[in-house]
Design a protein. Structure first.
Length: 244
């Protein structure tokens, strides 16, 4: 048995770690949504005009995305060099589209939850908080993955080209880009950095430490803010009034 990990560069090891972390985040979302479907079914909680088990349907694109990520990880496990440009772009495009479908499905789930509010179908504050928490968390993870895939050609491209901190073409400006003295010369944002961007956008409803530089980054950030603000300001406020 050979240890292929010894033949990998530091950048490739970090890239493999990022893929594992991304797969773990997708698994966490799947587990939450399946758990919610089970609880809703056991408690006879309906999702507006849909049955309780409809939450499982939102996990289908996530399961496909997980397969794409796992396949990418195994591809790089067996090859020392990063793919030469044909398959990696296709996998990246597939991942971006799948994350887009996940975001759309999550947005539809939020609309259904708002439909419950308008039709007074929500029975308890616990039900509403549970459903809103899953939607909000899915929103953060999905947009974190989307930022991670979009910025500067995706994670493998960032690792392959070893772009300096202040290089052009970035979708986001991190503090280390504005002040290179805060980081190593080879620093580049990793998955946790993009997850933090998604988390702060979902909580502050605006950029915090990382600023969007391109129109597509601003558009995606605006979409996350709209979904998050709707979930927190409307759904959570209604839940508090029910509990009160």
């Amino acid at each position: 048995m050979t240890d292929r990990g010894k033949d990998l560069t530091d950048e490739q090891r970090v890239g493999r770690l990022e893929v594992r972390e991304a797969a773990g985040a997708v698994i966490a979302v799947i587990v939450m949504q399946v758990a919610l479907a089970v609880v809703c079914t056991a408690s006879n909680w309906e999702l507006w005009l849909l049955p309780a088990w409809a939450w499982i349907a939102t996990a289908i694109p996530e399961a496909i995305l997980l397969g794409v990520l796992i396949g990418q990880r195994h591809k790089h496990r067996d090859q020392v060099e990063v793919d030469d440009g044909e398959q990696t772009p296709r996998r990246r495009s597939a991942a971006i589209w799948l994350v887009g479908f996940i975001t759309l499905a999550n947005g539809l789930a939020l609309l259904a939850l708002l439909g419950e509010l308008l039709s007074a179908q929500v029975r308890t504050g616990t039900e509403l908080l549970f459903e809103a928490a899953v939607i909000w968390t899915t929103n953060v993870i999905a947009f974190g993955l989307l930022y991670w895939e979009l910025d500067r050609g995706g994670p493998w491209q960032r690792a392959k080209e070893k772009l300096p901190v202040g290089s052009p073409g970035a979708d986001f400006q991190f503090p280390q880009m504005e002040n290179p003295g805060l980081a190593e010369p080879t620093w580049r944002p990793l998955l946790p950095d993009y997850m933090y961007v998604a988390f702060t956008t979902a909580t502050a409803f605006s950029p915090t430490d990382a600023m969007p530089l391109t129109r597509r980054a601003k558009g995606v950030m605006a979409a996350e803010t709209i979904l998050s603000a709707t979930t927190v300001l409307l759904v959570a406020a209604r839940a508090v009034s029910i509990l009160g």
